[in-house]
Design a protein around this ligand. Structure first.
Ligand code: SF4
Ligand code: SF4
Length: 490
């Protein structure tokens, strides 16, 4: 009788001509693979439909009157569109990465598909070095996150159109100028959403592995069929794979095959999956900026900071600080009793950047302490190598931070404070578990790992505590007081 393991569809693979122990593919993965291989040519219809939906969601609210106070998501299109974007799309896309990888990118995303369409008809310039720089998507993520706060992208239809419409135009332009044929320079090198999804896909269960893997680790190539410039036979890490299924053919000897793995497996084995210092910094920075973007709305310390800054500017003759700036830079909506001025603009950005630097420093110190202790307790590698590997332990906490911060609309609609608390607690435990496994891979034995784990545990715990106001709920009376304060100022 066949064992469960024998029922798995085996993939015959070789590394540089020699047989290798490639993990087997299970039946569900084989079925999914065949389905997408057969229906790949229909994806263009999905992308076209998503493109129309996307344009509708960001443009129709601009053409309709502002929703009255009594309106709800079922009676008003603008509120419905906002709910779809922030209450459904954002949290679900991010949460789905764990189970379906970057399926959003390859199967549904209208922005990536549109960028590829413009590449097909575009100039085909070589992708320049500054675009390929590892910091480019981090920079674009920070700019979009901060601009989203200052223009109030969660509540204002014009801000949604500006931020998402602006990203779409940039994606079209990058596609038009850079890359050849079916390449997606925007998706690989610039898209802030892709950067997040890519990082979190490392935690997920979906992996595309080569049937004929070559030694040497992940490599970048603009010559192959992959839209995100992955050298197919060298592929190991999952972060750049957008799951387009173009390199998948169940009947072929080469290409990639789909398989499922354990949650967090790629992070545990990060040393063989292209660990990157840039990605570790991004984990730290994105956690901090998301936290800052949430906390400025609710913390009295932000009000104190703003008050002190305002007095300082007035005392130095900067009276214009109380005026509103251009509406594309800051939220100026007197009809909604909300009009930010330059003081708000500066202090919101200052608070978010301060939170980012503080969080980044805290997590860096914790990771450095863990790496140092691990070295003293028998870990292999250099301090820098251990730092990069152990930095990945914070990926679960970072992911849940962003889901809680940006998906607040969904949690509020579902009255799911307990779920937020459970997710946050779960992410802390998961981070500690990953830290333990990473230390084990570094060679720290048995109970010694407990000592090297402490700094990482403290880092995760402090991030969890900082997010606690998000779990217990926003103090809306404080937010309303702030809005009243803005009206008085303006
Ligand atoms: S990387 Fe960005 S633009 Fe490209 S498919 Fe993913 S979300 Fe869409
Ligand atoms: S590796 Fe294959 S599935 Fe992944 S993005 Fe490249 S071509 Fe698509």
């Amino acid at each position: 009788m066949q064992t469960a393991r024998e029922k798995l569809t085996r993939i015959a693979v070789k590394v540089n001509g020699k047989a290798c122990n490639q993990p087997p593919q299970n039946k569900l993965a084989a079925v999914i693979e065949r389905f997408f291989y057969r229906h790949q040519n229909k994806l263009v219809l999905v992308h076209a439909a998503m493109f129309c939906l996307f344009l509708g969601l960001i443009l129709i609210p601009l053409l309709t009157p502002p929703p009255p106070e009594s309106a709800n998501i079922f009676s008003n299109f603008t509120l419905f569109a906002q709910f779809l974007l922030w209450g459904v799309w954002f949290p679900l896309v991010f949460a789905s990465v764990l189970l379906t990888g970057r399926s959003w990118c390859g199967l549904f995303c209208p922005m990536g598909a549109a960028s590829e369409w413009t590449t097909r008809i575009g100039m085909g310039f070589k992708i320049p070095g500054w675009l390929k720089w590892e910091g480019t998507p981090i920079f674009s993520f920070l700019v979009v996150t901060i601009l989203g706060q200052t223009v109030d992208v969660r509540d204002q239809a014009t801000a949604i159109a500006e931020v998402f419409g602006g990203m779409l135009i940039l994606a079209l332009l990058v596609g038009f100028f850079y890359g050849k044929q079916t390449k997606r320079a925007w998706c690989r090198h610039v898209c802030p959403i892709g950067l997040l999804l890519g990082m979190f896909s490392r935690l997920g269960i979906v992996q595309f592995s080569p049937k004929l893997p070559r030694a040497g680790g992940d490599q970048y190539t603009e010559k192959g069929m992959c839209p995100t410039m992955i050298s197919i036979n060298h592929k190991q890490e999952s972060r750049h794979c957008i799951e387009c299924f173009r390199c998948v053919n169940p009947a072929a000897k080469g290409g990639l095959f789909l398989r499922f793995r354990k949650l967090g497996e790629e992070i545990i084995h990060i040393r063989t999956n292209s660990p990157s210092m840039g990605e570790v910094w991004f984990i730290f920075l994105s956690t901090g900026i998301a936290l800052g973007g949430f906390l400025w709305l609710i913390l009295p310390s932000y009000q104190t900071f703003r008050q002190n800054m305002g007095e300082w500017f007035i005392n130095h003759g900067w009276d214009g600080i109380g005026n509103s700036g251009p509406a594309w830079l800051m939220s100026v909506h007197p009809e909604w009793r909300q009009a930010y001025n330059w003081l708000d603009f500066i202090t919101i950005i200052g608070f978010m950047l301060g939170s980012m630097l503080f969080t980044c420093s805290l997590l860096s110190i914790c990771t450095l302490a863990s790496s140092y202790l691990a070295g003293k307790l028998g870990a292999d590698g250099t301090l820098k190598k251990r730092f990069i590997e152990l930095g990945y332990q914070f990926a679960p906490v970072a992911m849940i931070s962003i889901i809680i911060g940006l998906g607040d609309t969904l949690f509020t609609t579902l009255h799911a404070s307990a779920l937020k608390g459970a997710l946050l607690m779960g992410s802390i435990f998961w981070s500690v578990y990953l830290g333990n496994r990473l230390l084990s891979k570094q060679g720290v034995q048995g109970t010694k790992r407990g000592l090297a784990l402490i700094p990482g545990f403290l880092g995760s715990l402090l991030i969890g505590l900082a997010w606690w106001p998000a779990v217990v709920g926003i103090n809306f009376s404080l937010l309303e007081q702030y809005r009243q304060h803005l009206i008085i100022l303006s």
